[in-house]
Ligand binder design. Structure first.
Ligand code: NDP
Length: 246
């Protein structure tokens, strides 16, 4: 029986590549999407035409009860969740001086509370079955900070502490918990940055001299989800074209 992989935000730039990679490896792939996402059905239909039988479940990852209901539905309709990829995230970039409480809360709730909300629903099952993988998608900006991102950098850095603490608690039960920290990847989150800033400020920071590809992130996620990665836990893996070596 194939493993079930649940990917939050699987319809986004990185998420789609992760869904495709996991499907290619034989996982049953379930993705969450925001209840407000009006193009979700269109995306699922497009993917079905391409041969991917992804299952989409609406779930606001900031809402604990919605996450509980989402995982209960997945377990009933598809099976127990073996791999959880906490990938959903947002930015609300603005300097600290101008940042509102709402800018702070929305980023912390979506990027960090979501990790608790989703992981809480799957962990007892994973430890009982003695196998599980939790992969948290952080960011280079959670490692080194970024101008205009006190909210995002704090949320993404919080994932690292969560990962290490939980990895300690569940290691002996066959469950690994890891974080990956991508640098700049060519998804809409990054291509929304004005071109002149991309070319003058961002690309010069990247020794590989290009943006990363979503498929490169998906390959790392797939490795962390594999049996071969059973001895790798509590880690944060940088994947950033050499931008930040830490
Ligand atoms: P996208 O904006 O393309 O995708 C983000 C996804 O998050 C969307 O699918 C969105 O779902 C989902 N999402 C946002 N809010 C909610 C919510 N409240 N409930 C459920 N789902 C939600 O971004 P990327 O693919 O670029 O980013 C994916 C992850 O990678 C993020 O965590 C991001 O911080 C991180 N990252 C990205 C980098 C990059 O260069 N792109 C670099 C480093 C880290 P929906 O569309 O249905 O609203």
């Amino acid at each position: 029986m194939s493993h079930v992989a649940l990917i939050t935000g699987g319809m986004g730039g990185l998420g789609e590549a992760i869904c495709i990679k996991m499907a290619a490896l034989g996982y049953k792939v379930v993705t969450t999407y925001s209840p407000s996402n009006t193009s979700a059905q269109e995306w699922l239909t497009k993917m079905h035409h391409l041969g991917y039988g992804f299952i989409g479940v609406p779930c606001d990852v900031t809402d604990y009860d919605a996450c509980k209901a989402c995982v209960a539905q997945v377990e009933k309709d598809v099976g127990p969740v073996d791999v959880l990829v906490n990938n959903a995230g947002i930015t609300r970039d603005i300097t600290f001086k101008k940042m509102t409480k709402s800018d702070w809360d929305s980023v912390l709730h979506t990027n960090l509370d979501s990790v608790f909300n989703m992981t809480k629903q799957v962990m007892d099952g994973m430890t009982a079955r003695k196998w599980g993988r939790v992969i948290n998608v952080s960011s280079v900006n959670g490692q080194k900070g970024a101008f205009g991102q006190t909210n995002y950098s704090a949320a993404k850095a919080g994932m690292h502490g969560f990962t290490k603490a939980l990895a300690l608690e569940v290691a002996k039960h066959g469950v690994t918990v890891n974080t990956i920290s991508p640098g700049y990847i060519g998804t809409k989150m990054v291509t929304a940055i004005p071109n002149e800033i991309l070319e003058s400020k961002i690309l010069p920071q990247i020794p590989v001299a290009r943006l990363g590809k979503p498929e490169e992130i998906a390959g790392l996620v797939a490795y962390l989800a594999s049996d071969e990665a059973a001895f790798l836990t509590g880690a944060n893996i940088s994947i950033n074209g050499g931008q930040h070596m830490y």
